[in-house]
Design a protein around this ligand. Structure first.
Ligand code: ZN
Length: 83
């Protein structure tokens, strides 16, 4: 797959890598694995809209699941009230 690389100023082969990215949305900090594309020639990270969209979706999914955990903490049952 060839993509324009600013460093090389030309269309170059890119390789796709996974990278753990720490991000904060509102007050929730979480880690998700993002895809990044790197130029095989110079190693510069290149921007590919489709990959960026995928990463955004991954971040959002992770954010939603992190938020769900916060809103629904594991309930501790107080047995004494059952008697
Ligand atoms: Zn390059």
């Amino acid at each position: 797959m060839k993509t324009y690389c600013y460093e090389c100023n030309d269309d170059k082969d890119v390789e796709l890598l996974e990278k753990e990215v720490t991000t904060t949305i509102d007050t929730i900090t979480f880690i998700y694995s993002a895809n990044i594309a790197k130029c095989k020639i110079c190693g510069n990270e290149v921007y590919i809209p489709e990959i960026s969209d995928q990463n955004l979706k991954r971040a959002n999914d992770k954010y939603c699941s992190s938020q769900a955990k916060l809103n629904h903490p594991t309930q501790t049952i107080n047995y004494s009230t059952l008697i």
